[in-house]
Design a binder for this molecule. Structure first.
Ligand code: GCO
Length: 479
């Protein structure tokens, strides 16, 4: 916001206040008004991306295919058969992308490492050229004073691993890969996330078959896949801690279903907390409690996962932080069923963003933090993803004025402020996403970036939301 706008705003507000007889706090025109929505000092602002969604260069320097390369190349799987072959070509253009972060004033960047660049066959021989790329990315970030937050697995599983997540050995291979990366990067990278959204790479990949590798397994086998997912996380935490060359903070990025009380009364609030625990039982609950809760085991009966000694201890490894990816609410109300809660489906008129699954429910970010903290008291929480798709188009004057995205972000950040002002230990926020990228099944048809990417030329153009986010970062406040 320019000073001129601020001045006009100040005048209009003063005039309105004069008419209504309300006195406003004294703000000298042309100065920054103190925002009611200021974030705690030291709060970290950044952006998030993931390797397969931005890097391209899928054959470069020894990388071999991941299950997403194969899936995206299978006819009929993604929008118009689009793939991550080229994507944003961030593999070559990473300096440009880091310059975008720098222009925003971002203090931190969450990106993921492509396992198939580091271990092209998933296990066995590492590929030093793959590691070199991430060394260069880290160098460039540090040169710009941007703190790297590294995700080790954002769905690009090396295709060569026999059985993929159906095999317990994949969890062990993940730990070896995590150990290797930690040994080589932890002198300069101090924040690691093991996995991203376990439900997506397990259930969507092996139960509903909508994501890679596209399998629809029977319940018992799918539950075993889930178990290997959380086990990989747990073994990964142990491997990172055992191999760190200095102090590191370890966590993960999860997208628990965010149950929001339909009305903020004690009974519905209680229902939402219960739903958070039970509705996410195979994933975040197992990780935070180091066990599968009774109601989950009862519900699954003979299909419950087979657990080996030591598994649950690894899965429940203590974390330094919990990362939450928050996009959309799931409303819940108290009811008299044995479960004690019922999900309330949104009506057809519920407003959503360009992706119709993103209902605009800003309070979901507050309740995600609230419920996770009240249930499990993590030391620290980050919002590791929040953002939305919008139908971004150039105006005749060359601008992209994504006021809808700004509306979405402003409202979510206002609700996140509610959480920080109540004292919940939220330490930072990563906007999804730095730039438009390969949106999985939706290919390039859904744009989540605050920078527009012309996928023919790879030209990056800041959208209005990038300008807005720069103000947020500069003021450490919702503007
Ligand atoms: C996810 C992933 C991202 C998505 C983003 C928008 O949450 O699915 O972490 O890779 O692109 O969430 O759908």
């Amino acid at each position: 916001m320019s000073n001129i706008t601020r001045r006009q705003f100040g005048k209009a507000a003063a005039a309105a206040a004069a008419l209504s007889g309300v006195s406003l706090p004294q703000i000298a025109f042309g100065q920054t008004p103190a925002s009611d929505l200021a974030y705690p000092t030291g709060f970290l602002w950044g952006c998030a991306t993931a390797a397969y969604q931005i890097e391209g260069a899928v054959h470069a320097d020894g990388r071999k295919p991941s299950i997403w390369d194969i899936f995206a190349h299978t006819p009929g799987k993604t929008y118009h058969g689009e793939t991550g072959d080229v994507a944003d070509d961030s593999y070559h253009l990473y300096k440009e992308d880091i310059a975008l972060l720098h222009n925003l004033g971002a203090q931190t960047y969450r990106f993921s490492i492509a396992w198939p660049r580091i271990f092209p066959d998933g296990a066995g021989q590492p590929n030093p050229q793959g590691l070199d790329y991430y060394q260069r990315v880290v160098d460039e970030l540090l040169a710009h004073n941007i703190t790297p937050y590294v995700t080790l697995f954002h769905w690009d599983l090396p295709a060569a691993l026999p059985g993929g997540w159906q095999s317990r050995d994949t969890a062990k291979a993940f730990a070896d890969y995590a150990a290797y990366v930690t040994r080589h990067l932890s002198d300069r990278v101090h924040h690691f996330m093991t996995t991203n959204e376990i439900v997506c790479f397990t259930d969507l990949g092996y139960l509903t078959g909508r994501f890679a590798p596209g399998l629809k397994l029977p319940r018992a086998q799918a539950n075993q896949v889930r178990h290997h997912g959380v086990l990989a996380h747990g073994l990964g935490v142990q491997a990172i801690r055992a191999n760190a060359r200095g102090p590191v903070q370890v966590g993960l990025a999860e997208n628990p279903t965010d149950f929001v009380p339909v009305i903020e009364t004690p009974e519905h609030i209680q229902a939402s907390r219960r739903a958070m625990r039970e509705g996410n039982a195979p994933f975040l609950t197992a990780i935070m409690e180091g066990r599968y809760i009774e109601s989950y085991l009862e519900r699954e009966g003979k299909n419950a996962p087979r657990v080996e000694p030591g598994d649950m201890k690894a899965i429940g490894s203590k974390l330094d932080f919990v990362g939450l990816n928050v996009y959309t609410p799931t409303y819940v109300r108290a009811d008299s069923s044995p479960q004690g809660y019922a999900v309330v489906q949104p009506q057809a008129s519920f407003p959503h963003m360009a992706s119709d699954w993103i209902h605009v429910g800003p309070e979901s970010i507050y309740w995600a933090v609230h419920n996770v903290c009240e249930l499990w008291h993590p030391q620290a929480v980050y919002i590791t993803e929040n953002g939305c798709s919008a139908d971004d188009v150039f105006r005749p004057d060359g601008r992209i004025e994504d006021t809808d995205r700004i509306m979405y972000l402003r409202n979510y950040l206002s609700q996140l402020h509610r959480a920080t002002s109540e004292g919940y230990p939220v330490k930072g926020y990563f906007l999804w996403s730095l730039l438009d990228n390969f949106e999985w099944l939706d290919g390039y048809s859904k744009r989540f970036g605050i920078h527009y990417v012309d996928f023919k030329t790879e030209k990056r153009t800041p959208k209005l939301s990038a300008e807005w986010y720069r103000e947020v970062i500069a003021h450490n406040a919702v503007v």
